[in-house]
Write a protein that binds this ligand. Sequence first.
Ligand code: HH2
Length: 269
Amino acid sequence: MGIVNVTPDSFSDGGLFLDPARAIEHGKHLIEEGAAIVDVGGESTRPGAEPVPEAEELRRVMPVVEALAGAGAEISIDTTKAEVARRALEAGATIVNDVSALRFDPGLAALTAEAGATCVLMHMLGEPRTMQADPRYDDVVADVKAFLEERLAFAVARGIPEERVWLDPGIGFGKTVDHNLELIDRLDEIVAIGRPVVFGASRKTFLGKITGRQVDERLAGTIAVNIIAYRRGARVFRVHDVAETADALKVTAATVRRAWTTSHSGTAG
Ligand code: HH2
């Protein structure tokens, strides 16, 4: 899943793709690099970000969704707003990526159900404006898992078939460095819920805190955690750098497949 942020203020690429023509060009480039999904967003969710009015969000994302739908990848709309999702789905998007996990807009669940869209439910502690203010958990993995199970049940109760729900632990959304690392190391416990797990750690702050690297220098750190997430069972990887991550994951997958074949073939391989 390649990221196209049509925003002036996203933490890593804010302002780069606010011009629709540049956003469309970037989306096509990510598809050429191997993205199966392009995630288009018009509202930054970085810590402290202010909400964007619906009309402005529509103005940002719609030309991009319209141009990229049918260009070789599925389009995911990264929004918490039902009206933005509705317009994007009409224009050819097939996935609703909601970082609020259907908590912010009461109309989003019914809309997603009716459209037959896939829905990404992500864990976040509270809301972007306040989520990084001293986040605390009893047990971060157990708490995130319980939240996602509850949100999955909510989605199903609103008519979204379980088969159309993907789950995301929300790396960086109300989490300390330690919380993020524990979630990555124990990601198999989230995978055990039984739905595909989306993993979004690309260039995030905790990688900078560990490596001392600026946001545009975090590719190696991003690849490291994506490989671990793959080994723990995640299967959708939301990243800015598609070509490099895809290569790393292809090699990881081939290694895992080989190990499986060897251990099931009855020979020493
Ligand atoms: N992270 C961001 C935005 N949307 N969606 C999912 N499912 N998972 C994530 O981890 C996730 C997400 C934040 O990253 P980015 O889009 O690069 O920045 P910003 O929110 O500042 O636009």
